[in-house]
Write a protein that binds this ligand. Structure first.
Ligand code: SAM
Length: 228
């Protein structure tokens, strides 16, 4: 992936952190931060999952709780989101959590091939205005690199409430030679979208969208080694 990236996220920080969040950010983040390849999990000892853009970390924590044998890497450049996750985490889970507090596209440089067994990209920033669409994270180039980091049969979960972005995702992934669609609507028309799969925890952005009466598209792809 090119070195000079078009930013796919809006901001790195918002309001000033409260005392507790500031303390977690200053003291706990250095322990959990993935800042060198030596701090990567050994994938032979557990399944490693990745959440890209975890926001406030609600879905991330729920997955840790539901899946006690896995390890998770969370990527989020937004400081307030990282501080929020740090406060949510249970101390007994620290060992199986790493935080990449940067653009995920820079993480790929230190990740070996066939590393992750599950990846979540939930409600990536939709960038609906035409002039901003080049900032969308999910492009063919991005998926081709991500694909190399997935184990054979790994799952890729994607959700969005933006029909134009869903159309772009479907165009890239529904006929991708390295992915099979396991779940997902037949089109980008929200009328064809159905509800969230039962074992799929909610996220903050999703709740906001649903409260505004929007529909969401939920898609699950499986990596297949051999081109279809
Ligand atoms: C619309 S929010 C959704 C947050 C969360 N997934 C949810 O559903 O509540 C998108 C998040 O993706 C993060 N993001 C955008 N581009 C990213 C990138 N290149 N690497 C990692 N995170 C990114 C943003 O900072 C933001 O927190």
């Amino acid at each position: 992936m090119q070195n000079k990236l078009i930013p796919s996220f809006g901001r790195r920080k918002a309001r000033k952190l409260r005392t507790q969040s500031q303390k977690a950010y200053q003291e706990l983040l250095p322990l959990l931060q993935l800042d060198s390849p030596q701090k990567l999990f050994d994938q032979a000892s557990s399944d490693v999952w990745l959440e890209i853009g975890f926001g406030g970390g609600e879905h991330f924590c729920e997955q840790l709780e539901q899946n006690p044998s896995i390890s998770m890497i969370g990527c989020e450049p937004f400081m307030n989101g990282v501080a929020h996750l740090l406060l949510l985490l249970a101390p007994e889970d620290y060992e199986r959590v790493r935080i990449w507090h940067e653009d995920v596209r820079h993480l790929f440089g230190i990740i070996p091939s066939s590393y992750f067994s599950r990846v979540f990209i939930l409600f990536p920033d939709p960038w609906p205005k035409k002039r901003h669409q080049r900032r969308r994270l999910i492009t063919s180039e991005f998926i081709n690199i991500l694909q190399q980091k997935l184990k054979n049969s790994a799952l890729l979960h994607i959700a969005s409430d933006d029909s134009a972005y869903v159309e772009q995702i479907q165009a890239i992934l529904y006929h991708h030679p390295h992915f099979v669609l396991l779940e997902g609507p037949p089109s980008a028309d929200p009328l064809t979208w159905s509800s969230r799969p039962k074992d799929w925890p909610t996220s903050r952005y999703e709740q906001k969208a649903l409260n505004q009466g929007k529909k969401c598209a939920y898609m699950v792809f499986q990596k297949c080694e051999i081109s279809k």
